[in-house]
Design a protein around this ligand. Structure first.
Ligand code: AMP
Ligand code: MG
Length: 334
């Protein structure tokens, strides 16, 4: 090959590199107790793979900072093991998310409560050895007495509790927060078309090429989707459902979303899907609005424009906020 034709070949290869079509670069990792799917639509596969690894690493750090299970040490566990009146300094991101959680606790009339650690462990849906039988009423009363956001306070020295045993549990918000942190990594890399989907809870960036992303909403009882969403900008979609972690005992369904008033699984909804600007907000509110049910939830959301919500109510009927953008909605859910 002459020098010139070799040069031509190199130029040709470079040109073909530039015109390579955009593709979905997709990786799956087990994080936060679920399969997390990372998708970036891009021409630059190598950088996308690098961004996905970095995002997964950041999400693992979030999981380790917030989990109340397993062997890792963190400031949440330190607080949970502390005595009444003993101040504990939480890691800055934990401190910040706890303040946000208390805010949502107040806005949701207590339906969202980040202090249900003892109660959640008693029901046992998230531990390594899931329980298959409900606790007794007296066990629930005892755990309820050790729960409630009114029992914690931030002081100059850190957070204190005023009842022995009270335990924080970020299970209803930390996954959303982790998704937001992963998406921040994608943004830092300059990607503008992507999804992080953690077991159906997701945040979306931009479009899918020149089309909207098409997102299925899971049917709480059926195998076919309840309907579809078309998304073409930065938004988050999170669903809380009674089908995610549950068992049937003596013909009755028991699941992992608890009503802080009764200490028992919330009864008004089968599933709640929330669309919000961040996955943190969508996650916390999907849990809160599941507990509240559609009637109370819709009243609470009046004048609140940031959230779009779809309920599958306990009787399988549907309720939704005015602008909920679902398409191809199944008319009947059972
Ligand atoms: P999610 O799947 O996001 O609705 O969150 C449910 C998880 O959050 C449960 O597994 C518990 O760890 C915790 N949780 C249950 N009920 C509540 C509640 N009412 N408020 C806050 N966290 C809760
Ligand atoms: Mg949640």
């Amino acid at each position: 090959m002459t020098r010139y034709s070799a040069l031509g070949l190199i130029l040709l290869l470079n040109l073909s590199g530039c015109t390579q079509a955009a593709q979905d670069v997709r990786e799956t990792r087990f994080l936060l107790g679920t399969l997390v799917e990372f998708t970036i639509h891009t021409k630059n596969k190598q950088t996308a793979l690098e961004a996905i690894s970095k995002a997964a690493q950041v999400m693992r750090q979030v999981e380790n900072a917030f989990t109340i299970y397993g062997d890792v040490d963190n400031t949440v566990k330190q607080f949970n093991q502390a005595d009444v009146g003993q101040a504990v300094r939480l890691a800055p991101e934990v401190d910040k998310l706890l303040l946000q959680s208390i805010n949502i606790h107040q806005q949701s009339d207590g339906a969202f409560d980040p202090t249900l650690g003892i109660l959640n462990k008693l029901w046992g849906f998230s531990g390594e050895h899931p329980v298959r039988q409900p606790p007794t009423d007296s066990q629930i009363r005892h755990a309820l007495a050790q729960s409630g956001a009114q029992h914690i306070q931030k002081t100059g020295q850190g957070w204190v509790k005023d009842v022995q045993g009270l335990a924080l549990d970020f299970g209803a918000i930390a996954k959303g927060y982790a998704i937001d942190q992963g998406i921040q990594v994608f943004k830092q890399y300059g990607f503008t078309q992507a999804i992080i989907n953690a077991g159906g809870d997701m945040r979306i960036l931009g479009k899918h090429g020149d089309k909207p992303w098409r997102i299925a909403i899971r049917h709480p009882r059926g195998s076919q989707p309840l309907g579809w969403l078309r998304v073409e900008h930065d938004t988050s979609i999170v669903t809380s459902g009674d089908y995610e972690r549950f068992y049937i005992y003596q013909g009755q369904r028991y699941h992992h979303i608890l009503n802080p008033e009764t200490g028992k699984p919330a009864k008004k909804s089968q599933s709640v899907t929330v669309i919000a600007p961040t996955a943190t907000l969508a996650d916390a509110w999907s849990t809160a609005l599941f507990v509240l049910g559609s009637e109370q939830g819709l009243m609470m959301l009046k004048g609140q424009e940031k959230l779009d919500v779809l309920w599958v109510n306990a009787d399988a009927s549907l309720s939704q906020t005015h602008d909920f953008p679902i398409r191809d909605l199944a008319h009947k859910t059972e």
